[in-house]
Design a protein around this ligand. Structure first.
Ligand code: PMP
Length: 362
């Protein structure tokens, strides 16, 4: 019997149980080497195998074409907010950004340090409750790239498909909160980045997938550590990489493959989210905050009829073993984060709890 609770945290978030069990073993002694994964040199044979397998499994999951590089970096997704424009947006050039929430806004702020930002679409006027449609998106005539946040962790909205780009522009995606939660056609993108701590592993490592030709056109001189080319040339080992994070991400990649890859993961995620949205749509008591066609499969955001009741819900849920259901501090309400590793039975249990709560308070 597990003593773990249902953890709805938005990140760092729940990890697959088999991965944690393997990690417990490998922290003590990995592959019979007599040394734990945390203690191995990042240039030794054991770690060579760890990082090579992690990359190979990542490529297999995303069917990543050969002309893309896979990098394991540090500094969180937030560092990609500036690394992308620093490396790829020349002085005087324009990048288009779609503003769908706080993380997009932070990316926009950093890009303005390096070039001109054109906001091609924004859902700010409606409190970021929706994803702009292609009709609502107006790109500039000649952007270097178009940046979007595929899943908005705070507002619980998610793009159904990647936006179109004008000819000559490449697509950049902050996929921090939905990477590898569904099928993805990597060949449509120039660069994809994601902090690991939601769908891929522990905090402290950031996955970057970028098209090789972009390495050949640096926008400006940069310190060595800030250049993608440095990390690409050195196989993410220019300096000491976040070796444990890469190890654990590799185990999560293996787990995704064991689940049947992205098709199976997507089916599972869709079913999990549906269980909760069915409750939210089932009566007037609940107020789901995202518009129906923009709803996220990863972060289900909702309210009760009042703030006092919201608080009571979060407290009662915690007593029953449903942890971290409080919405982001900037928006309030509730948020159930149900990333890849969140178990379907946790969604079923929460749905029962919600129906019961409604019966008592509705
Ligand atoms: N982008 C998105 C969509 C996020 O959800 C987050 C973190 N919640 C970030 C970026 C920032 O990531 P980090 O904390 O790894 O810098």
């Amino acid at each position: 019997m597990s003593d773990r609770v249902y953890n709805f945290s938005a990140g760092p978030a729940v990890l697959p149980e088999p991965v944690l069990r393997d990690a417990q073993r490998d922290i003590w002694d990995i592959e019979g080497s007599g040394v734990g994964i945390l203690e191995h040199s990042h240039r030794g044979k054991v770690f060579d195998g760890v990082i090579e397998r992690a990359e190979a499994d990542c490529r297999a999951i995303g069917s990543i074409p050969d002309n893309y590089r896979v990098l394991f970096l540090q500094g969180g997704a937030s560092s990609q907010f500036f690394m992308v424009p620093a490396n790829l947006l020349p002085d005087g050039a324009t990048a288009d950004y779609i503003n769908t929430g706080s993380w997009s806004a932070k990316a926009i702020k950093e890009a303005r340090l390096y070039g001109t930002v054109h906001v091609a679409a924004s859902s700010e006027d409606d409190n970021f409750a929706f994803i702009p449609t292609p009709d609502q998106t107006r790109c500039s005539p000649n952007p270097v790239y178009v940046h979007f946040t595929s899943n908005n962790t705070i507002f619980g909205t998610q793009f159904r498909q990647a936006p179109d780009t004008p000819d000559g522009a490449f697509l950049v995606c902050d996929a921090s909160s939905d990477i590898f939660s569904r099928r993805i056609d990597v060949s449509r993108y120039g660069l994809i980045y994601a902090g690991a701590q939601k769908n891929l592993g522990p905090a402290g490592v950031t996955l970057v997938i970028l098209r090789e030709d972009l390495l050949e056109r640096p926008a400006r001189e940069l310190p060595t550590m800030l250049r993608y080319s440095t990390h690409a040339q050195k196989g993410s080992r220019y300096n000491t990489p976040p070796s444990f994070g890469i190890y654990l991400m590799g185990r999560v990649f293996r787990w995704i493959l064991d689940q049947g890859g992205l098709d199976a993961i997507e089916r599972r995620n869709r079913a999990k989210a549906q269980v909760l949205y069915d409750v939210l749509d089932g009566s007037g008591f609940w107020h789901p905050t995202a518009q129906v066609e923009s709803r996220s499969m990863m972060n289900v955001c909702f309210r009760t009829p009042g703030e006092d009741l919201d608080r009571a819900f979060v407290e009662a849920a915690a007593r029953e073993g449903f942890m971290s259901l409080k919405g982001h501090r900037s928006v309030g309400g509730m948020r159930a984060s149900i990333y890849n590793a969140f178990p379907p039975e946790g969604c079923d249990a929460l749905a029962r709890f919600m129906r019961d709560f409604e019966a008592r308070h509705g």
